[in-house]
Design a protein around this ligand. Structure first.
Ligand code: MEV
Length: 440
């Protein structure tokens, strides 16, 4: 049994490591060695990482890969992706190469509105609240000026504040539903600071307002926070080609392939079990770029899945059609991203990723990320409806299995060669490895 610890955050990094190694691991010396192995030799760089969060004991690496040959609105991109799943970068690259000679990806930002809400309770007359809100709204904006001045200088700021009566859903529940334009910033800090200021002004002014009877003026603020559901921060990415150019696999004709793709999307539209996996494949691409560019993948995940369920059923984020001999495959999804602020100015690899992406604006990054999701889905679904996913997936996973087995470079080369013409399964790789070592 381990004991609870008080004041852990006050310990030095070494003390934290000693404590966790000794309390929670079977070989403390080995644990300490392992954690140390992942420290960066450059102490400035290590300190930077240590200070991203509290209680840092080491760094946690993910591979950073590049998927080249993405033609987006006639501009060529090599997309950095941070992800551990073996087949994702390969699949993205394959889709990029396929569409490179078919006009590439066409994208468009449809809207960039961010949302935040002040949630509050009020049990008095709704008409009095509405009259008060109308009167106080300019003051809400005015008193947030010190926070919004800079953003306004650049063309952004508060777009609107609305009073919403939610009492039919929850007794006494109202909200200030606020919309913002945050330009190249994801905007979480900006929005939350504005909301907290709105709440303060709102509460103080309500206390002295002539619009309320004495006992009515009691407005109880519950919380002020941005919403990660941003259905009006929307981007669309599309690929299309003539049916004759849909020559992806020798095993199926272009017509058959188009039909299979359209049917696979239709299934994901009506069947939530499939839709979740279909969209998970999209998120393989999205998250990898969101992570590589230092954005908040949890916010993106939450918002995207809520959007997929906006009609009441969880559906596919991608769409496919065949009209007048033109096959079209597209995605529309909400993405609240930033290219300034947060990790983007801090993490050296994030800065590099931004440079590789031609230093995009937030709108450009939205389009690149949407393309990564669309490409990933095209690659996954086209494999699923033709060869099946395991062939490519297991080929990529082969090296992971060989590394687990402790294969040498020579053994790896021999076994990879062998599996060029054989089906990869975990047991077949183990058998081949044992055969090579003469252990069985
Ligand atoms: C695996 O990470 C992703 C897939 O399952 C996506 C899909 O089924 O469309 C292959």
């Amino acid at each position: 049994m381990t004991d609870p610890i008080l004041g852990f955050s006050k310990l030095s990094k070494q003390e934290k490591i000693d404590w966790v190694a000794e309390q929670y691991t079977h070989d403390p010396a080995q644990t300490k060695k392992l954690l140390l192995q992942y420290w960066n030799a450059d102490t400035t760089l290590q300190k930077l990482h240590d200070e991203f969060i509290e209680n840092t004991i080491s760094n946690y690496y993910l591979p950073l890969g590049i998927a080249p040959n993405f033609l987006i609105n006639d501009k060529l991109y090599a997309i950095p992706m941070a992800i551990e799943e073996s087949s994702v970068v390969a699949a993205a690259s394959k889709a990029a190469k396929f569409w490179l000679n078919r006009g590439g990806f066409k994208t468009k930002v449809l809207a960039t509105e961010k949302i935040g809400q002040v949630h509050f309770m009020y049990s008095g007359n709704p008409e009095h609240l509405e009259a008060f809100f109308k009167n106080v709204k300019p003051k809400l904006i005015e008193e947030a000026k010190p926070l919004t001045a800079n953003m306004e200088k650049r063309g952004g700021g508060i777009s609107n504040i609305e009073l919403r009566n939610k009492t039919s859903q929850l007794k006494d529940y109202y909200q200030l539903h606020c919309t913002f334009e945050t330009l190249d910033a994801m905007g979480a800090n900006f929005i939350n600071s504005c909301l907290e200021q709105f709440a303060k002004t709102f509460e103080v002014e309500a206390g002295k307002s002539p619009y309320f009877e004495k006992e009515e003026g009691q407005i109880e603020i519950v919380m002020s926070i941005l919403s990660n559901y941003v259905p009006n921060c929307l981007v669309r990415a599309e690929v299309s080609c003539s049916i004759n150019e849909l020559t992806l696999s020798e095993a199926v004709s272009p017509e058959e392939f188009a039909e299979k793709m359209i049917r696979a999307v239709a299934i994901a539209n009506v069947e939530p079990h499939r839709a979740v996996t279909h969209n998970k494949g999209i998120m393989n691409g999205i998250d990898a770029v969101v992570l590589a560019t230092g954005n908040d993948f949890r916010a993106v995940e939450a918002g995207v899945h809520a959007y997929a369920a906006k009609e009441g059923n969880y559906r596919s984020l991608t769409h496919a059609s065949l009209e007048d001999g033109i096959f079209k495959f597209w995605i529309e999804l909400p993405l609240a991203l930033g290219t300034i602020g947060g990790l983007t100015n801090l993490h050296p690899l994030v800065k590099l990723a931004m440079e590789i992406l031609h230093k995009p604006s937030a709108e450009e990054l939205m389009q690149i990320v949407a393309v990564a999701g669309l490409a990933q889905n095209f690659a996954a679904v086209s494999s699923l409806v033709t060869t099946g996913i395991q062939e490519g997936h297991m080929k990529m996973h082969l090296l992971n299995i060989l590394n687990q087995l402790g294969a040498t470079e020579i053994e790896k080369n021999k076994i990879v060669d062998y599996f060029k013409n054989h089906t990869v399964t975990h047991s077949s790789v183990v058998a081949e490895f044992n055969k090579l070592r003469g252990t069985r």
